[in-house]
Design a protein around this ligand. Structure first.
Ligand SMILES: Cc1cc2nc3c(=O)[nH]c(=O)nc-3n(C[C@H](O)[C@H](O)[C@H](O)COP(=O)(O)O)c2cc1C
Length: 159
């Protein structure tokens, strides 16, 4: 009888629904088995294998210092029980910023805010790693705020 049903008719039957649930839950079990297992990267122990990819989120202030918004943003990610959070780009020199409100990691005065950030994540049971970058040709001179960071006269950024 099933041989003679069209695909549409089959999908309307409870049999199709049952098949979807069984297949779905089987995959979910297989995924859970790997994803929610503890793991480690050398000495860094992670409660599961989910990693938040490094993604700009614009939560620094104009000079890249950690803001309350940054604490809230990364704290929320940690509450979601992600095994490892990679921050978005943190520029290591003031002439290396590519996007507005990136976090910076170019001066010791930023350590206090960055420590608060890691403490916030650790309090929620999470782990966090900084992505350190200089955006090189992708740095945006319009965002430079330190004297001397602008290009010398006559030099242009490649377009
Ligand atoms: C708005 C935005 C900001 C991103 N910022 C960063 C970043 O700071 N560092 C980085 O390595 N990748 C960054 N990426 C790349 C993402 O982390 C990710 O690798 C990319 O979106 C590809 O993911 P997918 O393979 O799941 O599509 C960014 C992507 C987007 C869309």
């Amino acid at each position: 009888m099933i041989d003679t049903l069209s695909r549409r008719e089959f999908l309307k039957t409870g049999l199709a629904a049952t098949a979807a649930v069984v297949v779905g839950s089987k995959f979910a079990r297989a995924d859970n088995h790997l994803l929610f297992e503890k793991t480690s990267i050398r000495s860094l122990e992670l409660s599961n294998r989910a990693i938040r990819s490094s993604t700009w989120s614009g939560v620094g202030d104009q000079k890249g210092y950690v803001t309350d918004r940054a604490l809230e943003f990364y704290g929320e990610l940690a509450k979601g029980e992600i095994g490892l959070i990679l921050t978005g780009y943190q520029y290591v020199m003031t002439n290396g910023q590519g996007l507005p409100y990136m976090l910076g990691n170019y001066d010791d005065t930023q350590a206090e805010g960055l420590k608060k950030l890691t403490d916030t994540v650790h309090r929620e049971g999470g782990k966090i790693a900084a992505q350190l970058v200089h955006c090189l040709a992708r740095a945006n001179p319009k965002l430079f705020f330190r004297e001397g960071d602008e290009l010398k006269k006559g030099l242009r950024f490649p377009s």
